[in-house]
Design a protein around this ligand. Sequence first.
Ligand code: GDP
Ligand code: GDP
Length: 483
Amino acid sequence: MSLKVAIIGRPNVGKSTLFNRLVGKKLALVDDQPGVTRDRRYGRARLGHIHFDIIDTAGLEDVFDDSVEGKMRQQSEIAFEECDLAFFLIDARAGLTPLDNHFADWLRKRKKPVYVIANKHEGRGQDAGLYEAYGLGLGDVAPISAEHGQGMELLIDIMLPHWEDYRDKQRKARREGDDAVIDDDFEDDEEIIDDDAFPSFEIEYDEDDDGEEEVVQKDNSKIQLAIVGRPNVGKSTLLNHLLGENRVMTGPQAGLTRDSIAVDWSYEGRPIRLVDTAGMRRKKKIDDRVEKLSVTDTLRVIRYAQVVVIMLDATNTLDKQDLTIARMVIDEGRALIIAVNKWDAVKDKPGVMQALRDKLDTSFAQAKGIPILTFSALTGRGTDTLMPTVLDIYDIWSRRIPTSQLNRWLAVVAERHLPPVISGRRIRLRYMTQAKSRPPSFFINSSKAAELPESYTRYLINALREDFDMPGVPIRIYVRSSD
Ligand code: GDP
Ligand code: GDP
C-alpha cells in the first residue's frame, strides 16, 4: 500500500520530463518491466525527504488514432483509479487548450485530490497559462519548471500532508503487524540522512545547444548570495573581512563553469553560499582588469544568486552602470541590497545618504525600501549590519501570505480606494492568492482586468508592501479576469 501519485495531462505538457526529474536519472526507469503496459510508466519518486510511487500516462501520442481522446481518457482513468492523488499538468507557456478543459471537467467530478501544476514556467513572460489555470476551478496552481527543477518546493508543499498521513499509517501498521497495510518500500523519513535524498536541490549549470552556458537556479536551503560591483569598490576587502578564517574554498567544482568560484560558509547557523563574485574572479586573472563589468557576466551571477549585494564606492556612487545592474537584479526578481563602502572617506554623510535614497526610490518604485547600508570594509566599521540584512531580506523575499489573510486585506484596500468605474460598472476585485514566493507574486481575479489601470496595481503593490511589511523586494501582482 504505497503512496501513489498519477501525472495526468494532455500530450506535450511535460509529464515525462516531470516523471524523469522526480524519479531521478540514477534510478532505472521501469519501461521494460514485464507486465507494465507501454502506456503507463511507474517509478519511485523522491522529493526532499519524502518518497512515493509515480505513474506517468505519457506515451499516448504513440497510440494516436481517431479515438485519441478516448484512449487517453481510458489510460488516465486507470492511473487515476490507482493513485492517492493526481498532478494535473498544464503548459504555462502555451496556455489552456480545449483538451486541458476536457481533462479538467473530468477531474472536477472526481473525489480524489487533484493539484493543478503549471509547467514550463521558467520566469517572466510565461504567465498566461498559469493565470488561466486558476479559472479551471480546481483550486490553487503551482508554477514549476520540470525541465529546470524549479518550483519543486511547491510540490513538496502539496505532497507533505499526504506523505504525513501515509507515514503515520505505515508506522501504525508496523507497530501492529498489519500486513495488509505494510508497504515494504516505506522508509521512515526520520531515518533518511542520505544527501542523495535531495537530488533536485543542487545548483546546476546546463550547457545550451549553442554551447552557451545557461545558469539554472534551483531551490536550495542555502542562501545564495552574490556581491557585485565595479572594480576597486572594495569587494575583496569586504570578503576577507566577512570570511575571516572560516573560509572554505569550494570551486571550481565538477559541473560548474571553469572559472566560477563558490564559497560555502555559515552565518549564525544559516548556510550561505557566496557565489561567483567578480572580486574573487579578478584575482585569478589580474591582467583582465576591465573597468566595466560585462553585462552577461553580471546577469549570470544575478541569476545564480537569491540575494544580490551591489557594492558602491561612497566617493563615487550610483552611476549609470550601477543603476543598470540594480535594474537587472529587480527584473530578475532577486532581493537587492545596496552597500556603500568607504564610508570613512565621506564628509557629508547625511547628504550622500539622502541623495542615494531619493535616487533609488524614484528609480525603483516597484521595490521601494531597498536597504542601503554604509560601512568601511577597511576598518570593519558597520560591516556587521550586512549579514543580518541579508537574512532579513531573504525571509521577506521567501514570504508566503495565507490566502484568507490576503482576501481580508483585499476587501479593506479596495474599500479604502475604490477601483474605477468602466462603462457604468465598477471593476470588482473578486479574490486574491499568492501564486508564488521568491519574489512574492500575487494573482487577483477581477472583472474587466484589462481595464484596471496601472496606477491601481501600483497602489495595491505599495499597500501590500506597507501592510505586510515587505520593504525592498520586488512584488508582483497579476490581475486576470476569469470571464
Ligand atoms: P509529455 O508528452 O506530457 O510527457 O511531455 P514531455 O515530457 O515529453 O515534454 C514535452 C516537451 O516539453 C519536451 O520538448 C520537453 O523538453 C518540454 N518541456 C518539459 N518540461 C519543460 C519545462 O519545464 N520547460 C520547458 N521550457 N520545456 C519543457
Ligand atoms: P575590489 O576590486 O572591489 O575587490 O576592491 P578591493 O577590495 O581590492 O579594494 C580597492 C581599494 O579600495 C583598495 O586599495 C582598498 O584598500 C580600498 N578600500 C577598500 N575598502 C575601503 C574602505 O572601507 N575605505 C577606504 N578608504 N578604502 C577602502
